[in-house]
Write a protein that binds this ligand. Structure first.
Ligand SMILES: NC(=O)c1ccc[n+]([C@@H]2O[C@H](COP(=O)([O-])OP(=O)(O)OC[C@H]3O[C@@H](n4cnc5c(N)ncnc54)[C@H](OP(=O)(O)O)[C@@H]3O)[C@@H](O)[C@H]2O)c1
Length: 311
């Protein structure tokens, strides 16, 4: 069911890469946004903040009342640091307990929001080589895969006669404002870029506008594809070698210097798996749901991002 102007959506992670784009898309359509943040920004027309920490229950849960939908994106950054026990605990708590508190808050309402769109990640599948993966493929077994399985299970608790749940299994989200791309750009622009890890490994990706566009489509769409897991990846399947060459081409530099897998493992340890995913994923549900990508090719996506002014 389409959202109409005046309806409201609760968004967590609204200050992040995808959350900002989701808020902009909703506000542009006249939909009100109530955003949860640990450090609220000033309100602006159509967007008001509620202060709160999603991994702790609190009075912020009352703000879920009267919402038509929820987009839950908040979570401790995954590939920003080596995964020691403390980092792993924060990554899990912010997602598993965070989602639990969102769902508990929704389930307490006499009239709960009619849809919960919750982040997940392509890491659900674990590294899978040449296997073609869609939303029906089984999960992997590493830390990230188990995190996604538990995260999606928490979100699914909200599924009911009046509430639909969608989990967005995102590939690497391309943005100039956060995530992997801003860390790659200086290296590629200086001519020292190249494939990260094995050049033949598939690297699922998506432009931030499509990551947000899929979240908004999932809020509104009612078709069979828009329930349960949705692969939030671009339709262009690329291995890391061509991926790096395309980025080098867009910044007009050669991309010939590979970063060996052992170097990534030395720097990031187990978290290297988030950088060199190795998943050949098709966005089956988005295709069945007739989602129209704004940026279906990597070259077009990068050109659109890098033409938006200096990073
Ligand atoms: N970016 C990617 O490439 C990618 C790929 C696959 C999946 N995802 C998933 O998609 C979701 C959105 O990604 P994103 O890139 O937009 O994330 P992001 O830019 O890192 O923003 C996430 C937001 O979550 C909140 N947050 C951060 N640490 C938190 C913590 N420990 N506890 C509670 N809240 C915390 C922050 O909001 P406040 O500070 O305002 O509270 C932050 O703005 C995330 O769950 C992420 O795991 C992202």
């Amino acid at each position: 069911m389409s959202l109409v102007p005046g309806e409201k959506v609760f968004v967590t992670g609204a200050t992040g890469v995808v959350g900002r784009a989701v808020c902009d898309q909703l506000v542009a359509r006249g939909v009100g946004v109530v955003a949860l943040s640990r450090q609220p920004r000033p309100d602006r027309p159509g967007l008001s903040f509620v202060q709160g920490e999603v991994s702790e229950p609190g009075s912020w849960q009352e703000a879920l009342g009267g919402m038509s939908g929820v987009v839950h994106l908040a979570g401790e950054p995954i590939a920003a640091a080596r995964w020691n026990t403390g980092v792993k605990r924060k990554i899990r708590a912010s997602r598993i307990e965070g989602t639990r508190h969102i769902v508990d808050g929704m389930m307490r309402l006499a009239s709960p929001p009619r849809v919960l769109v919750c982040a997940s990640a392509a890491g659900f599948y674990g590294p899978r080589g040449e296997e073609l993966l869609d939303e029906t493929s089984p999960p992997g077994t590493d830390f990230l895969a188990r995190l996604c399985v538990d995260w999606e299970a928490e979100a699914q608790r909200a599924q009911g006669p009046n509430t639909r749940v969608v989990s967005l299994r995102s590939g690497m989200i391309l943005s100039k404002e956060g995530g992997a791309l801003p860390r790659m750009l200086p290296v590629f622009r200086s001519g020292f870029g190249g494939p990260m890890g094995p050049a033949d490994r598939f690297t699922p990706w998506i432009h931030q506008d499509d990551a947000a566009g899929l979240a908004v489509a999932a809020l509104e769409a009612e078709g069979p594809g828009w329930r349960g897991p949705v692969n939030a990846v671009a339709p262009e399947l690329l291995r890391m070698g061509p991926w790096a060459r395309i980025l080098g081409g867009v910044v007009r530099r050669p991309a010939l210097i590979p970063v060996p897998e052992w170097t990534l493992r030395l720097i990031l340890g187990e978290a290297a798996i988030a950088v060199i995913p190795g998943q050949r994923i098709v966005p089956r549900a988005a295709e069945q749901g007739a989602y129209r990508y704004a940026h279906p090719t990597l070259k077009g996506a990068l050109q659109a991002l890098l033409q938006r002014g200096p990073s």
